[in-house]
Design a protein around this ligand. Sequence first.
Ligand code: MG
Length: 485
Amino acid sequence: MASPYSKLEKWQRMYVNRSLNMERIKAIGFDMDHTLLMYNREAFESLAFRETLNKFIEAGYPEELSELQFKPNFLIRGLLVDMDRGNLLKVDGHKYVKTAFHGTRLLDKGTRHQTYNSESFKAQEFLSVDTFFALSEVQLFVEIVDFMDANPSKIKKTYREVYSDLRKFIDLSHADGSIKNLVMANPAQFARKDKHLSTALMRLLDGGKSLFLLTNSGWDYTNRMMSYILSGEHEEFPDWQDYFDYTIVSSGKPGFFTGSQPFLEVMTDSGLLKPHTGTLIKNRVYQGGNAGLFQKITKFKGDEILYVGDHIFGDIMQSKGKLNWRTLLVVEELEHELENLEKIKPIFQEIQHKNHERESLDEEIQKTRSKLMSVQRHLKVSLRDGDAKKAHHLEKELDKFALKIDEKSPILAKLDNDIKELLAKKETSLHPIWGELMKVGLERSRFAYQVEGFACVYTSRVSNLRFYSPQKRFSSFHDILPHDP
Ligand SMILES: [Mg+2]
């Protein structure tokens, strides 16, 4: 019988790494940015790029930097930044650097190999591009690297020093409100409403789940943006807070999961804070706090909580690793990738077809090669024994096998080349520079390994939850081995 979910588009489905029985889940927590709240990424990232660039110039960096242009979609998540060399890397799960850029210039294979693949590669020495917020930051970095290379005397700093300034300026742009205020003034320009979000949340509420919001954003921003996406979306829930039992802002994740910060209550009209003890009250807003205390107050056990977020390190790794919370990762890119993967199915089938053809041809050539070796051995013996007739016959055999190898080898080489070209075509149809998010060639990417390692379940957006029962048992078929029947 067909699965009830087979009618869903691929990007609407939930994907399971580790079995998750929703019946056991009592509380579901949500991150806000890029989880409940989806952005118009190009508008948002280009704003962050521009505002941060202004800070560079205010701090005395050359005026010409203001000519740098934000290039949307130059980067993808999951890349690594080599701050010392000014390079960007895409790495597979075996830590092999498959693509590398210096600034915005592709590094040739030789340089890439010599720099990264000749000795053991330590991913922890590099900065991982995990969040969407990091994309505009890293984009600005690689463009400044280009500028430094073209104008060696104009910025007398190392790439790493520039990166640490960049971090400072981004923090400053967030602290002084230069990004936030513009977004709050015009949420429709920067945020996307998902008309199915309220339905998805209601389905969970009807299933008896307690929902909470746990975000690193501050109260004023959270309130403005959550109002924009949820308030008034459903007549029973005029205010966005009506969906949530608890609202925790400025939570300081990942520290929230491991630290011992107390909760403060936010006076929502004035924004002032007051110390808080005792239980958390519905419709009030809290700041800071920590997961241990949250569980003590709410009496939810770790494995009764499902946390939904978009950041592998900040949301998922810590909540799952330290507290045993179950995790749902939102991988927004899947929507675009799965649609595109569907479109390039014929390319994928051709790759598989050529791969099979290549395998049988290779097998045939190897067999002929073994026969040729054995004839060569026999020929040596015949020549030694002076058996001219036999030697003549064997020489003929030898020619026949050699000819066959000569004929087949170029076909094999052509197949190799075809497969390589098809793989490149597949990759560039998904992203012109970096290819598939979850793959490097035919291998899994580092990003894919992380998704697999840390997220119990993943999907492209929160509203996909509306398709599934709140008591659904998500089963993983992950423990199937390559040799299982
Ligand atoms: Mg987030």
